[in-house]
Ligand binder design. Structure first.
Ligand code: ATP
Ligand code: MG
Length: 566
């Protein structure tokens, strides 16, 4: 094993610079980070940024990253969330090895340390109600006031804390507070609450406890127990750092972690508050936590976003010290980039119009060889059956085409991708005047999609054989929120929901090869976008979700120098 200090990664950010400097200076032999989710909801794209940062740093510097559940509030936490979080982190491509931890594993140790603080005169049991505690806390401009219980004898606090643990008091009747400074300009140091009474079963410890440590008391101490060197969190915890340090300094913890803060991810057209995401689920605005419109990892996965695209996005946005809003188009751009390279091309017709190739023999089937991915010859080819009766996209035909419409029209020739050139000879309508069928002829010399005389039609259409097409349901997705900044300006967030965020097309017809695409794989429906099978698919009845259209508005705005960098 090499003992060299690993080199700093190429793409440095201020946190990686700190880590590199600490390793160079010998302050640590190895870097230890952690990702500390609270299991009170599913992970979202903001968490993905934190996961890529914490696990990424561990990988790049040859250290390790722990997955630690911050399970200190049993009222909101569930095993379902623990399981989902583990599978989402793994799916994103990261591995915590044997370093899976739970703050609840440390409850006994944390309790003992709380007793130490009381013994040292640095914590006390308070009997003020939650409202009174708030009133005594003061404001940003006014100092707080001491609780009347602040100077009670140490023995009394010890006794009461033990009785809190024993279950003698109802929720909210007592709290344990650190004795720091009610006049501190930092409100977090005004005798913060360390323990509260919560009579609720915990997903892991069951009924063993009815007092639970607060985030502030559990977090830094858990870091210290695990030997975390760099405890990386989002900016809202910057004002908690003095308390983090105070606790580390005043407790006999086995190591001295340090906290660093970075800007959380905000995305346009997206809400990343777990509270709001839970409401979207509970109030039925979406199909569940993994709805393809949700910004959750499981939603993005069901939508067909590859993990690689999400990781690339995290690299693109980098890590900064001040908050900003990233355009959701940038995430979509990163995903398109991966899919353009990797997705197999297939034919699917979402809104079918019948085409009869009159001069093609009935009953004849030709298996046309078509490239799986023109961007990647190694992806090979597949065969697509061609027959006399076909389906094309309804909007690929116009009876009276305007000047810039180059697709099929009466008398006009187009290329059917990988098959033949066809010319529209007749438009068949029903009694109401609606177009029901096109009669076409084909040029047998253009088999495979090229003419010996070198003529090139202005349009190439996708198509499926009417005899072989598989019926499918296709769900078209768009942004869940219409407004780029949902709920801004005091509007009701839910009034900003996009009523057309999901459009279900039940009459799609797809090429036979699409019936075998496994869930988890994303393909390109030629000319239409990227699509992935939904887990709702049944044998013989596939359901596809539209991952993204092919149009990359973010890249276009970039090219025009109009990217909004709010
Ligand atoms: P809540 O919305 O309930 O406060 P949270 O989003 O902070 O929850 P946690 O489970 O506490 O959820 O988050 C785990 C980790 O993910 C934390 O370190 C947190 O800082 C980080 N994180 C959460 N949201 C974002 C975000 N939008 N961008 C970057 N990191 C985030
Ligand atoms: Mg949190």
């Amino acid at each position: 094993m090499s003992t060299e200090t690993p080199a700093a990664p190429e793409r440095g950010d201020f946190i990686r610079e700190i880590v590199a400097a600490d390793l160079r200076a010998g302050r640590h032999d190895t870097v230890v980070t952690r990702f500390p989710p609270e299991p009170n909801g599913y992970l979202h794209i903001g968490h993905a940024k934190s996961i890529c940062l914490n696990f990424g740093i561990a990988q790049e510097f040859g250290g390790r990253c722990h997955l630690r559940f911050d399970d200190t509030n049993p009222v909101k936490e569930e095993q379902e969330y623990i399981d989902a979080i583990e599978s989402d982190v793994r799916w994103l491509g990261f591995d915590w090895g044997e370093h899976l931890y739970f703050a609840s594993d440390y409850f006994e140790q944390l309790y003992a340390w709380a007793v130490d603080l009381i013994r040292a005169g640095k914590a006390y049991v308070d009997e003020l109600s939650a409202d009174e505690v708030r009133e005594h806390r003061g404001t940003l401009t006014e100092p707080g006031r001491n609780s009347p219980w602040r100077d009670r004898p140490i023995e009394e606090s010890l006794d009461l804390f033990e009785r809190m643990r024993a279950g003698e008091f109802p929720n909210g009747a007592r709290v344990l507070r650190a004795k720091i400074d009610m006049a501190s300009p930092n409100i977090n140091l005004r005798d913060p609450v360390l323990y509260r009474i919560v009579h609720a079963a915990h997903p892991r410890t069951g009924d063993a406890w009815c007092v639970y440590p607060t985030y502030d008391f559990a977090h830094g101490q858990s870091d210290a127990i695990e030997g975390v060197t760099h405890s990386i969190c989002t900016l809202e915890f910057e004002v908690h750092r003095p308390l983090y340090d105070w606790l580390i300094e005043n407790l006999p913890v086995p190591s001295r972690p340090r906290q660093y803060e970075f800007a959380r991810l905000n995305l346009t057209h997206t809400v990343l508050s777990k509270r709001v995401l839970l409401r979207l689920v509970n109030e039925g605005h979406v199909r569940g936590w993994d709805d393809p419109r949700m910004p959750t990892i499981s939603g993005l996965r069901r939508r067909g976003f590859p993990a690689e695209g999400i990781r690339d996005f995290a690299t693109m946005i980098g890590v900064a010290k001040s908050d900003s809003v990233v355009e959701v188009g940038m995430l979509e751009h990163a995903v398109r980039d991966v899919l353009n390279r990797t997705a197999a091309r297939r034919f699917a017709v979402l809104d079918p119009l019948k085409v009869v190739v009159e001069d093609y023999p009935e009953g004849r089937v030709e298996h046309m060889e078509v490239a799986n991915n023109p961007e990647d010859p190694s992806a090979g080819t597949r065969t697509v059956p061609f027959t006399r009766e076909l389906w094309i996209e309804r909007d690929d035909f116009m009876e009276e085409p305007p000047a810039k419409f180059f697709r099929l029209a009466p008398g006009r020739e187009v290329r059917l991708r990988g098959a033949y050139f066809v010319t529209c000879r007749e438009v068949v309508k029903d009694a109401s005047g609606a177009i029901v069928e096109l009669r076409c002829t084909h040029d047998p010399a253009t088999r495979g999609g090229a003419a010996p005389d070198g003529r090139r039609p202005k349009a190439t259409l996708h198509w499926v054989s009417a005899d072989h097409a598989v019926p499918a349901e296709v769900r078209l997705y768009d942004h869940l929120f219409l407004h780029p900044d949902p709920g801004a300006g005091g509007r009701d967030l839910f009034a900003d929901l996009n009523p057309d965020s999901e459009t279900v097309r039940t009459g799609a017809l797809i090429e036979p090869a699409l019936a075998d695409v496994p869930v988890g794989e994303t393909v390109q429906f030629e000319r239409l976008g990227y699509f992935t099978p939904d887990p709702d698919s049944a044998p013989g009845r596939p359901v596809f979700n539209r991952t993204l259209t092919l149009r990359d508005t973010w890249a276009r705005l970039q090219a025009q120098g109009r990217h909004d960098t709010r």
